[in-house]
Every structure is written in C-alpha cells, then in structure tokens.
Design a binder for this molecule. Structure first.
Ligand code: ZN
Length: 359
C-alpha cells in the first residue's frame, strides 16, 4: 500500500514557487498573493477559500520545521521499483541514519540579539560540523547584546553541546521513510535496522503501529547492527566542550591564585601579631612635652602599628593624647588616651598640644 499523497496540498504552487524557494522568496510571494486575494478587495465566489489556502500554505512553509516535515512527506513515492533514499541535505551523501536536527546560533548587534535556527536532514558528520560552526559563531558574536545576548548565548551553547534538538515525530517519520526506501532496494537488513531507529523516536501508537506493520514481513531477516554514529560523546561534543573547560581551568587558576594571596596576607599578619611589637617607650609622667592633640576629624586608635590591626577606639578632632612610645622604622606611635586606653596611631595625625589653635 502506498502512503497518502500529501503533495496534493500544493503549498508551493499555491504561492507560485518552486520547491527550492528561499525563505525570502516565500515571504515576498505570500505578500504579493495576499494582496491580490484578500477577501476585502475580492467579492467573487471562492476568493475567501483561496485566501485561506494561501494562508495555510504560508503558515507551513514559513516555518523551517513544518516546511521540512511537509517536504519529507511531499516527495513523490514511486508506485513501482525503488524508492529514493533520503540523503544528507548538506553533503548529499545517502546515510542509513539521517536525522532532522535543529541547531541554533546567536548573533548580537548592539542591544539586540538574534537567535537563528539552522535545521535540516543531517548525516552525523555534517551535524557535528554544523553544531561546531553554530557554537563557534555564537561564542564570537552572541554575548554582546544586553541583556539577553548573554542568556541566549548560554542556552544556545548548551543546546548545541547536547547535539541540537531532534523533533521526535519528524525523525520517526524520516527514519521509517528511509527504512521503506531501503526495503524497496532490497536492503532488508538496513531496512530493519532503520525501522528500529524510527521506533526509538516515537511514543505515538499511530506511528508505532505503522513501524510494526512495516517490520512484520521482515521478521525472518537479520538485523544489521549499525555503528552508533549519533552517540552523545563525539568529536563535536569534545570540540564544543574545550572552550568551556578552558574557561573553567583559567577561572579556577585565578581563584586559586587569589586564595593563595589571601592566605599569605593572613600568615604575615599572624607573624606580625606573634612577634612582639618593638616600641621605644617614652616617660609617662609629668612631662607636657609628650602631650599631643589629634588633627583628623576622626582618628582610629589601633591594636598594633599597621592598618591591618583592629580598631580600639575612635578619637574626635583635638582629643588630647599622651605619646607613650615610638615604633622604630615606621611612622606609627603608641599613645594613651584620656580614658587610659593604649593604642597606635600614625604620627602625622598628631600635633603638639601647645601649637594647637582651636578654630
Ligand atoms: Zn552530510
């Protein structure tokens, strides 16, 4: 029995196009025809029907996905003799394992990001190349559109890495059609193997039934074991994973380096804390020579002679303090505040009390 002739819908001829028309030609043809046939400007009987047919044809052909599904069904089935084998639409070679795959690439211009779908019937080699090409283009051109370029790029790279999208029903039909073609050419083992692949793509009882009734007469034949060309971990996966791994390694190295720095700082601080801070003590009683006042609006008094040390207290401007020690080789000094606490400040924030003129 022959499959139904779906090309009776004549979508291409309704639009006045050849089957290899580009998306641009389809759009232009639709606009032209829609103007001519629009029911608002045509009152003759049947104008409305024609307009609806036109719309239906355009709805299908404008979507690469639906168009391909239509094309797969549309190809004329010869009633006798050999059926044509589906070839890869990129390298044109016949493959026992064709797949309909949709990859995506993102291109950003200024603030605008565009995701373009690249779809078709692929052999596994061409699919891998297409995935690598689309991902490479996305890596280079995808990021720059704010704010969606970044998100789209991540999503797209991820999807291409996982092998693109393979719509189930389309692939099931594509593979069953290929199986039928193999059968018509006497390649029964390949026919059976391909039908089994078709089965993996569908859960629909309708297609399962179709596949089973196709396989029934082949029951006695041997099944050819096909090489798993569409395995998940392939060349394309490795090539696409490489830049991601590289970024991971580089950022890992960076954070390790920074962590190292932090540890070193902490260690050196500990050394500073552990070693006794050498201070040359000054006489603490009587002598007004060592009475100073602070010159900063607020001055932090620290536990040790460095900004790394914690703050003990904060002094307001003109607070009186007594210099109690000098720290050799630094500009830090030890002071005692009015309330008797002892700590360190930079000497430049102090001035001798007798020189202070309050403003
Ligand atoms: Zn190919």
């Amino acid at each position: 029995m022959l499959p139904p002739q779906k090309d009776r819908k004549n979508y291409y001829s309704i639009l006045g196009l050849k089957t290899d028309a580009t998306q641009g030609q389809i759009k232009t043809a639709y606009r032209k025809k829609a103007k001519q046939l629009h029911p608002d400007s045509n009152s003759y009987a049947g104008a409305e029907d024609k307009f609806m047919q036109l719309s239906e044809a355009y709805q299908v052909l404008r979507s690469p996905l639906q168009r391909n599904a239509y094309d797969i069904d549309k190809k004329p089935q010869k009633p006798l003799g050999k059926l044509p084998l589906q070839n890869c639409s990129w390298c044109k070679k016949v493959t026992a394992q064709p797949r309909f795959v949709i990859f995506r690439e993102v291109v950003s211009h200024n603030f605008h990001s565009e995701a373009k779908e690249i779809s078709g019937v692929f052999c596994s080699d061409c699919a891998q190349n297409a995935a690598i090409r689309a991902s490479f283009k996305t890596w280079v051109l995808g990021w720059w559109g704010m704010p969606f370029g970044f998100i789209l790029t991540i999503a797209t790279l991820w999807r291409n890495l996982l092998g693109g999208r393979k719509p189930k029903t389309i692939n099931s039909r594509l593979l069953l059609k290929q199986a039928k073609a193999f059968q018509s050419q006497g390649e029964f083992e390949l026919a059976k193997a391909t039908a089994e692949q078709a089965r993996k793509y569908t859960k629909s009882p309708f297609y399962i039934n179709q596949i089973n009734s196709f396989k029934a007469p082949l029951k006695g034949k041997e099944t050819k074991t096909l090489k798993n060309n569409w395995r998940f971990f392939n060349r394309s996966f490795a090539v696409q994973l490489a830049p991601i791994l590289m970024i991971a390694i580089i950022s890992g190295a960076f954070s390790y380096a920074f962590r190292d720095d932090e540890i070193k700082t902490k260690k050196s601080l500990e050394i500073v804390r552990q070693e006794e801070i050498k201070v040359i003590a000054l006489p603490e009683n009587g002598d007004s020579e060592f009475i100073y006042q602070t010159t900063s609006e607020f001055l932090h008094v620290r536990k040790g002679p460095s900004l790394h040390f914690g703050i003990i207290s904060t002094l307001k401007k003109y607070s009186k303090v007594r210099l109690t020690g000098l720290v050799p080789k630094t500009s830090w000094v030890r002071i005692k505040t009015k309330n008797g606490s002892s700590g360190f400040v930079l000497f430049k924030h102090l001035v001798k009390s007798k020189y202070v003129k309050k403003d």
